[in-house]
Design a protein around this ligand. Sequence first.
Ligand code: F6P
Length: 367
Amino acid sequence: MVIRKIAVNTGGGDAPGLNAVLRAVTLSALRLGWEVVGIRDGYLGLLEMPPEEGLIPLTRERVRGINHQGGTIIGTTNRGNPFEFPVKQDGKIIAKDRSDEIVAAFRRHGFDALVAVGGDGSLSIAHRLCHKGIPVVGVPKTIDNDLSATFLTFGFDTAVTTATDALDKLHSTAESHGRVMVVEMMGRTTGWIALHAGVAGSADVILIPEIPFDLETVCEAIRIRDRMGRRYSIVVVAEGAAPAGAEVRTKGEKEIGREVRLGGIAEWLAGEIADRTGKETRSIVLGHLQRGGGPTSFDRLMALRFGAAAVRTLAEGLSDVMVALQPPNVHAVPLAEAVVGRRSISLDGDTIATARSLEICLGAPAV
Ligand code: F6P
């Protein structure tokens, strides 16, 4: 495969470190004499915009000084799946497969390969486009850290740092008022952010989707603390956590081409805890704060390593792969392995064991 010009896009929810990836991809590619173009907003820059708006030439000047910046200078979206694109027909929104238009536009603009920076949704799309003839290397991005085949994704460390910082701040106000604070964290169907921030930030209860919880167990942990003179408690709950046998809480309707939004568990849980324990309880949703701001130095470095590795991987002639952290190094793994399904927390892992050793209530006894 002879490469002269590559495209790069960022898809799905943004994550701190995207700009560092763009800088590493651009500088590494320019060094090989390749041209680099950013597609605006996932694939929308190819599907819905004129080239002067949808295609952003990534030059040395364009990527200068962006390593530490949050967000993405080329934009992103979680509504632009070309295989399931929402279009209006007879007054109804239906899904249309527009992937052939992407392939045609890709050829028209003379792109030889694509670096797709995304989570499981965006990388599944990239994998399918690869099967339609577009050479692709994926870069693992998501604050949720739930991608298979990589030890971690960039963005996760920053989200955990932000969430831990929030817990540190909530401790003092919870203690002053003798209240229970219920803190909802992102993560979709996995509890990586909640578990890591909860342990680091000394939560008293951590509830994750991987362990369906029992409300009485949670309330009893709070009552025990009360009897020991600890009048306040910090409860961390992942947005995808649910009591055993209950459904995950969602917001709004499922829209074509995107996943249903999760949320609402903290408010519900705070009400239940207040009713059952008699404690004054407040809920807080950290929400998109966890995706905002500049990357930690760890995420920044990870993003730079992934970006540079993506270009090296293309230069080696590989395609349909994702660069993945398999400590201590970054390696190329088949994209198919990355998109097999979300990577959950192993209940046998030592972070769960650490939480239990620290007497943090996980909502249910170990099995
Ligand atoms: O996948 C990243 C993520 O932040 C999830 O943790 C969260 O459920 C979702 O995206 C929120 O998406 P949106 O930005 O559409 O509200």
